[in-house]
Ligand binder design. Structure first.
Ligand SMILES: Nc1ncnc2c1ncn2[C@@H]1O[C@H](COP(=O)(O)OP(=O)(O)O)[C@@H](O)[C@H]1O
Ligand SMILES: [Mg+2]
Length: 247
């Protein structure tokens, strides 16, 4: 990990701003500063109509299943039961209030990850019959449960929960690093609401069995992703990700 530099963004330590945070932000900042990473919403990443026109078309013929809980920065996520005959994979639609660079960037990141199915204006499925078309992304629905929804986590002590959180955070970062190298998409939104866990057999009953029972972890939510612009070591990407929770 690199050491902290003093700058207006990183001022000298004061009693109410713990120094430990200052050095930990440096790795990520340096990746931005040297041009290794660029936010997908950056205008230099979005290439005209290719990206800004991703919600221009109206998409029809979609049947919705249940709403997916947990949306906070969008206008709701819905399972899709039917789209263009029977879809080969499970799909969902993520809705937004209106089009904008953040959502153009999310479409681009999903496309680069190979997870984008379609994007466009889709009739709002809220049951109160809002007659509006909203910008939405149709994407692959990944398998898994959030850590906080597992019984083993709910029944654990605070200390055990902290330990499980740390282990999942490290798994998220390892996955983010692999994806960054393979797809040039750096997830960098490693909060636990964006990690879906699957288990080898069934969810473990005991904390001690927890981590060895995890079969896989899928990252979701590319709303704050960065594009990888240059060759970069896995270590730097991993450090930046692991330090994220301290920002
Ligand atoms: N591709 C996906 N597959 C399965 N579940 C998903 C997917 N994307 C999102 N979700 C679920 O929906 C929740 C909210 O979606 P997210 O994209 O994280 O929205 P927000 O931008 O509000 O954080 C996630 O916490 C997750 O449980
Ligand atoms: Mg999220």
């Amino acid at each position: 990990m690199s050491t902290s530099r003093l700058s207006p963004m990183n001022p000298s330590p004061q009693h109410n701003s713990p120094t430990v945070y200052q050095s930990s932000t440096d790795t990520f900042r340096s990746l931005l500063k040297d041009g290794t990473l660029k936010l997908f919403t950056n205008p230099t990443i979005l290439s005209g109509r290719n990206d800004e026109g991703v919600f221009d078309k109206t998409l029809e013929g979609i049947s919705f299943g249940p709403e997916i809980e947990g949306a906070s920065n969008n206008y709701g996520l819905w399972e899709i039961s039917d789209y263009q005959e029977k879809p080969k994979h499970n799909l969902l639609a993520k809705f937004f209030k209106e089009p904008g660079p953040q959502h153009f960037g999310e479409v681009k990141a999903l496309r680069m990850m190979g997870l984008l199915v379609a994007s466009g204006m889709i009739r709002d499925p809220h049951p109160d019959g809002r007659p509006l078309l909203r910008p939405a992304i149709i994407m692959e629905k990944k398998e898994g449960v959030l850590l906080r929804n597992t019984a083993v986590y709910k029944l654990a002590t605070l200390q055990e929960q902290r330990s499980m959180t740390e282990q999942i955070n490290a798994m998220m970062c390892r996955q983010a690093v692999e994806d960054a190298v393979t797809f040039k998409v750096y997830h960098y939104d490693n909060n636990l609401s964006n990690a879906l866990l699957t288990f080898l057999d069934k969810e473990p009953a005991k904390v001690i069995d927890f981590i060895k029972s995890v079969k896989g972890l899928e990252l979701v939510d590319y709303g704050d992703a960065y594009m990888v612009m240059k060759d970069v070591s896995k270590e730097r990407l991993y450090d930046a990700c692991m330090n994220r929770k301290k920002l």
